[in-house]
Design a protein around this ligand. Structure first.
Ligand code: ADP
Ligand code: AMP
Length: 217
């Protein structure tokens, strides 16, 4: 199963990905997580992308495509994958088609989590992420059991620098029209499944599970 997860920043992709990878046994490949790890490890890639992430801007296509192409060659991706945060532009979507054609593993599903802008703002400004494993929480909508401590790994929670209000506004502007274009692109291919991402977390996951099991189109 080769799955793309589409949705604006804050739509709930990371939150849902944790369940999907566990139930379906496919790796969660999130370009944002890969870039943040590279920044934390101070690698050459991290130095190159840091300015874009801090500002909320998209990393250039060529670089992003190279990173994803390399990642998809890894052995764990041979059983399928959940791509989160990629593609984000038309050139990335075209490149993904080419990469997957070479690997003879075409996309099987594109899940689109639809959430209105006002709700995205509420979610992003309250988001808290685990410094250790990246799990996503919300101070009101999805708090951890113990204040500031990750339920999953015990790590400390923090606020992402690009969840500060100024960067949030830039990120939504950067992504809105491009996401609409990708929704059209994948709808035209009959791959897109639209999900109401404003439902409670468990309901959203029920829908995702039905779609991936072929019980809802
Ligand atoms: P994305 O990976 O799409 O950027 P996240 O999964 O990090 O989004 O979710 C963004 C924020 O919204 C987090 O604070 C998360 O706890 C919260 N959230 C996710 N799904 C829901 C939901 N269905 N209802 C309310 N809050 C949610
Ligand atoms: P995310 O964790 O998905 O919210 O992504 C965080 C940041 O990483 C974005 O604001 C971009 O700077 C960068 N990024 C992630 N995925 C991509 C992508 N497919 N194309 C360009 N930039 C990306």
């Amino acid at each position: 199963m080769q799955v793309v997860f589409l949705g604006l920043p804050g739509a709930g992709k990371g939150t849902q990905a944790a369940n999907i990878t566990e139930d379906f046994g496919i790796p969660h490949i999130a370009t944002g997580d890969m870039f943040r790890s590279a920044i934390a490890a101070e690698t050459a890639l991290g130095k190159e992308v840091r300015g874009y992430l801090d500002a909320g801007l998209l990393v250039p296509d060529e670089l992003t495509i190279r990173v994803v192409s390399d990642r998809l060659q890894a052995s764990d991706a041979k059983q399928g994958f959940l791509l989160d945060g990629f593609p984000r532009t038309q050139p990335q979507a075209v490149a993904l088609d080419r990469i997957l054609a070479d690997l003879e593993r075409p996309l099987t599903h594109v899940l689109y989590l639809e959430v209105a802008e006002e709700e995205l703002l509420r979610r992003l400004t309250g988001r808290r992420v685990c410094k250790q494993c990246g799990a996503s929480y919300h101070s009101k909508f999805n708090p951890p059991h113990v204040d500031n401590v990750c339920d999953r790994c015990g790590g400390e929670l923090s606020t992402r620098p690009d969840d500060e209000p100024q960067a949030v506004a830039v990120r939504l502007r950067e992504n809105m029209q491009r996401t609409e274009e990708l929704v059209s692109f994948y709808t035209a291919r009959g791959l897109l499944a639209k999900i109401d991402g404003e439902q409670p977390i468990g309901h959203v996951y029920d829908e995702i599970r039905w779609i991936l099991r072929g019980e809802r189109v």
